[in-house]
Design a protein around this ligand. Structure first.
Ligand SMILES: Nc1nc2c(ncn2[C@@H]2O[C@H](COP(=O)(O)OP(=O)(O)OP(=O)(O)O)[C@@H](O)[C@H]2O)c(=O)[nH]1
Ligand SMILES: [Mg+2]
Length: 428
């Protein structure tokens, strides 16, 4: 199967699937009028614009059905006029129970919609450049690859990652004997996913959890990258998954930082442990651990300062905080998440190198992907630093934080191209 088709199958719910599902439910209902089971289907409602599409599709198809019934039944048989009044009315249908498959498909579709929307800037620039390139070079040759190299570099994919992918592409194109540049688009998408994972298993890397005991996440990164915002979003997400969350306001350096975290805590409905401005961050985190343990919290998320008088101070402070956590809980922190701002491009890469030297960073959070046309930085980070991107910020809303999924990311980059390919296939 082609890679575009694979992505579409994974992330797009076709109207027929929904209709088939509906038909099955209705025919099943006639046989046995079982009570619909409670599912988390309701929860998914309203969360995505896709859900609205789903509803409006259903409504439209219902309207069509009604119309067709009227056409077929005209003119009315006089005998039918003696039928009960509600004879032509559709029976009232109770809330339907979708199958597990449909619920899963809707979840994937909702993730894909988030990536698609969040990556709009990168996609617009990327698709235009790729389409332009393909239009100018009909057949695959060396110049084509050279220009493709520039397109990828301009999306911040990173020089060494680009070299790797071009080499792979050249081999694949030879192997499959592809001559027409049109057919290279799909191979590029496939190779981008492969490049992201490298030799690792192709799976979403979830945040580590300390089963049955307190899990601690430490957030680090320079000022303004989105640490506090991400902590707020994550707290909201974990809370809605049913977890007990405590936040520790470890940024005691900046005026206003404590209030900012406190505000996020209120919004998410989680407890915030805080001391006054200028106090020792390690002491705040220590109290955070005590408080989280006594409240029986599942997860403690620690905020830290992004700016100190100098880099050495910042790194020393982080080491001290980390030592305190380690002393209280042997395997903690379970994640040290380095937050990077995608809009800062190669600067983010150098920050990552500095932090990685000073602490064991276990995962990257890449924020503000929605604010840049250079989303390729995700691939560069993973490829050069060998640290997984665990979360991505795709907007400023509390729900705009997602587990990083390389397939959904590449789908977000290629969505327009995939749609164009499909409509040109239908035309021919
Ligand atoms: N568009 C967009 N904006 C974001 C995202 N994540 C964070 N921001 C914005 O980035 C700005 C800085 O975020 P903060 O969370 O205060 O950053 P910080 O790392 O805690 O900064 P310091 O406390 O100064 O170290 C805020 O205006 C956020 O709304 C994102 O994914 N997309
Ligand atoms: Mg902050």
């Amino acid at each position: 199967m082609g890679f575009f088709k694979k992505l579409k199958e994974k992330f797009v719910i076709e109207p027929e699937e929904v209709k088939e599902e509906k038909d099955q439910i209705e025919s099943g209902k006639e046989k046995d009028d079982e009570e619909p089971l409670e599912t988390d289907f309701e929860e998914l409602k309203g969360e995505t614009t896709h859900e609205d599409d789903f509803n409006s599709e259903l409504e439209e198809s219902e309207i069509e059905d009604e119309e067709s019934v009227i056409e077929v039944e005209e003119p009315l048989d006089p005998e039918l006029l003696s039928m009960p009044e509600d004879y032509f009315n559709e029976p009232e249908v109770e809330e339907e129970m979708p199958s597990e498959d449909l619920v899963e498909a809707k979840k994937e579709a909702s993730i894909a919609t988030k990536f698609r929307d969040g990556l709009a800037k990168t996609r617009n620039s990327f698709s235009t450049k790729i389409n332009d390139l393909v239009a100018r070079y009909r057949t695959v040759d060396e110049d084509f690859f050279e220009e493709l190299e520039e397109v990828l570099i301009s999306a911040d994919v990173g020089v060494s990652a680009v070299m790797e992918i071009i080499e792979e592409l050249e081999m694949e194109v030879k192997r499959r004997n592809i001559k027409d540049t049109k057919h290279v688009k799909e191979v590029i998408s496939e190779k981008l996913v492969e490049l992201y994972y490298g030799d690792d298993q192709e799976d979403i890397e979830e945040l580590k959890v300390n089963d049955g005991s307190l899990t601690v996440y430490l957030f680090v990164g320079v000022n303004g990258v989105g640490k506090t915002t991400t902590i707020g979003k994550l707290a909201h997400q974990l809370k809605s998954e049913g977890k007990q969350v405590t936040l520790a306001a470890g940024d005691t350096f900046r005026a206003g930082a404590i209030d900012q975290l406190d505000e996020w805590g209120k919004r998410a409905g989680v407890h915030v442990v805080k001391h006054s401005e200028g106090s020792d961050p390690a002491a705040v985190i220590f109290d955070g651990i005590k408080s989280a343990k006594s409240k029986g919290s599942d997860i403690l998320i620690c905020d830290t300062a992004g700016r100190l008088q100098n880099k050495v101070n910042l790194m020393n402070e982080l080491s001290k905080v980390k030592r305190v956590i380690e002393r209280e809980i042997p395997d903690a922190p379970h994640e040290v998440l380095l937050v990077l701002d995608a809009t800062t491009g190669q600067n983010a890469m150098s920050q990552a190198k500095t932090f990685a030297e000073a602490t064991d960073v276990s995962g990257i959070v890449l924020t503000k992907l929605d604010g840049t046309a250079k989303g390729g930085i995700v691939l560069a980070i993973r490829n050069e630093l060998k640290i997984p991107v665990k979360l991505v910020g795709l907007g400023e809303k509390v729900t705009d934080l997602e587990r990083f999924d390389a397939d959904a990311f590449v789908y977000g980059l290629f969505a327009d191209i995939i749609d164009e390919e499909e409509s040109s296939e239908l035309e021919s």
